[in-house]
Design a binder for this molecule. Structure first.
Ligand code: ASP
Length: 342
C-alpha cells in the first residue's frame, strides 16, 4: 500500500478555475493541493489522486458516472484504507445516494466532499473540507457512504443541497448528522449503519446495468399541463416515476387528467413513488383525502426519503435487473439507512 487514501477527482467547484465563461473544472489538482497546504500536507494522511477524464461540472452527471466510480473503487479497493470522492455540489446528493445504494455497508471508508469556493481562491472552504475528508477516510471504519462538508458528517443517502452560497450547503433534513468535526469533533456511532447491514462489493456494483432515462422526477404544481406527465407514459424507457407531492403527500385530487394519468400509469406497469416537496417531514399516506387516489392506484410511499434518494433507489433496483413486481416488492426494504422506519 503506497498511500492511505485514494482521491477520485470528478470535477466540481473544488477543483475549478475561472475562465471567460465562468468556473470550469481544471486538471492539475494534485499540484494545487500541494501549493495550498504547503508543509502542513505532512500532517495529513498520505494520498494518491486520480483525475477522471473528462472532469465535469456535476450538472452533467449521469448514471454512467456512478458506474465509472464503482469500477474505479473496485479496481483500487484492496490498495487503500479509504477513498475521497471530490464532486460538484449541484448533484452531490444523487451521486452520494447512488453509491450508498451500490455499496451498502462498505468495508472501506468512502467520503464525498466538494466546496462552494474553489481551492486556492480567497475565503475558500475547499481546504477544510478536503482535510476533514482525508482524515476520516484514513480513520476508523465508517460503514456508510458519507458526505463531509462544513464540519458535518452526513449519510450519503439522506443529503440535500440546501444552499447555493452558504458553506453549510448540505443538510440531511430528516436525520441528525452522523458526526460533527472541527473543534468539538464527535462521531455518533449509534447512528451509523449497524454491523449486520449488508455490504455490497464494488466489483458487483460496477457490473450493474443502469438504464439512462429509467426514472423520472415529477414535481406537482398548480395547473400542471397534462402533456408534462402523459409523455412519461408513452416513453418505454421510463419505468418508474418519483412524484414530488405537496406537504404530507397530497395531489390535485379534483384534477381529472391527473387521476387518469395515475390509472394509466398503473395499467402500463410504471412504478410510482410518492415523496414530499417539503424539505422535512416526508409523506404520511392516508392523512388527507387528497392523497387517497395514490393508495388506490398502488403508488408506493417514499416516507421521509429525499427525492434524490428515491430517484437513486429506483435506478439502482432497476439496474439490478428487477421486473416491475420485484421492484415493488423490494422498494420497502432499507438498504443504506435511506429513510426513517415508520
Ligand atoms: N456547478 C458546480 C458543480 O456541481 C457547483 C459546485 O461544485 O459547487 O459541479
Amino acid at each position: 500500500m503506497s498511500a492511505a487514501v485514494l482521491i477520485l477527482y470528478t470535477g466540481g467547484t473544488i477543483g475549478m478555475t475561472p475562465t471567460d465563461q465562468g468556473l470550469t473544472p481544471t486538471p492539475g489538482l494534485h499540484g494545487r493541493i500541494e501549493q495550498q497546504f504547503g508543509a502542513s500536507l505532512a500532517e495529513l494522511p498520505s494520498f494518491d489522486l486520480l483525475e477522471l477524464e473528462p472532469l465535469i461540472d456535476s450538472a452533467n452527471i449521469t448514471p454512467a458516472h456512478w458506474q465509472r466510480l464503482a469500477a474505479l473503487l473496485a479496481e483500487h479497493w484492496d490498495n487503500y484504507q479509504g477513498f475521497v470522492i471530490l464532486h460538484g455540489t449541484d448533484t452531490m446528493a444523487y451521486s452520494a445516494g447512488a453509491l450508498a445504494f451500490m455499496l451498502g455497508a462498505c468495508a472501506r471508508n468512502v467520503l464525498f466532499t466538494g466546496a462552494q469556493i474553489p481551492l486556492g481562491l480567497p475565503g475558500s472552504d475547499a481546504a477544510d473540507n478536503l482535510r476533514n475528508a482525508l482524515l476520516l477516510a484514513a480513520g476508523p471504519r465508517l460503514p456508510d457512504v458519507c458526505l463531509v462538508f462544513n464540519n458535518q458528517l452526513l449519510r450519503g443517502s439522506r443529503i440535500r443541497k440546501v444552499s447555493s452560497k452558504r458553506f453549510a450547503a448540505f443538510d440531511s433534513p430528516n436525520e441528525a448528522p452522523l458526526g460533527e468535526l472541527g473543534a468539538a469533533a464527535r462521531l455518533h456511532h449509534e447512528r451509523l449503519l449497524s454491523a449486520d447491514s449488508a455490504s455490497r462489493a464494488p466489483q458487483l456494483a460496477a457490473q450493474l446495468n443502469f438504464e439512462p432515462g429509467a426514472v423520472a422526477l415529477l414535481t406537482l404544481h398548480p395547473c400542471m399541463p397534462a402533456a408534462l406527465y402523459d409523455a412519461l407514459l408513452a416513453d418505454n424507457h421510463c419505468r418508474a416515476i418519483v412524484l414530488l407531492s405537496y406537504g404530507a403527500g397530497n395531489i390535485p385530487s379534483r384534477d381529472q387528467a391527473f387521476n387518469a394519468f395515475l390509472r394509466r400509469a398503473r395499467a402500463r406497469s410504471k412504478v410510482l413513488v410518492n415523496v414530499s416537496q417539503c424539505l422535512d417531514g416526508g409523506v404520511s399516506p392516508g392523512t388527507y383525502a387528497a392523497s387517497a387516489a395514490l393508495q388506490e392506484q398502488g403508488v408506493l410511499s417514499g416516507g421521509d426519503m429525499t427525492p434524490e434518494a428515491a430517484f437513486c433507489k429506483l435506478h439502482w433496483l432497476i439496474a439490478g435487473g428487477r421486473d416491475q413486481q420485484a421492484l415493488r416488492d423490494d422498494w420497502a426494504q432499507l438498504y443504506c439507512g435511506e429513510r426513517s422506519s415508520d
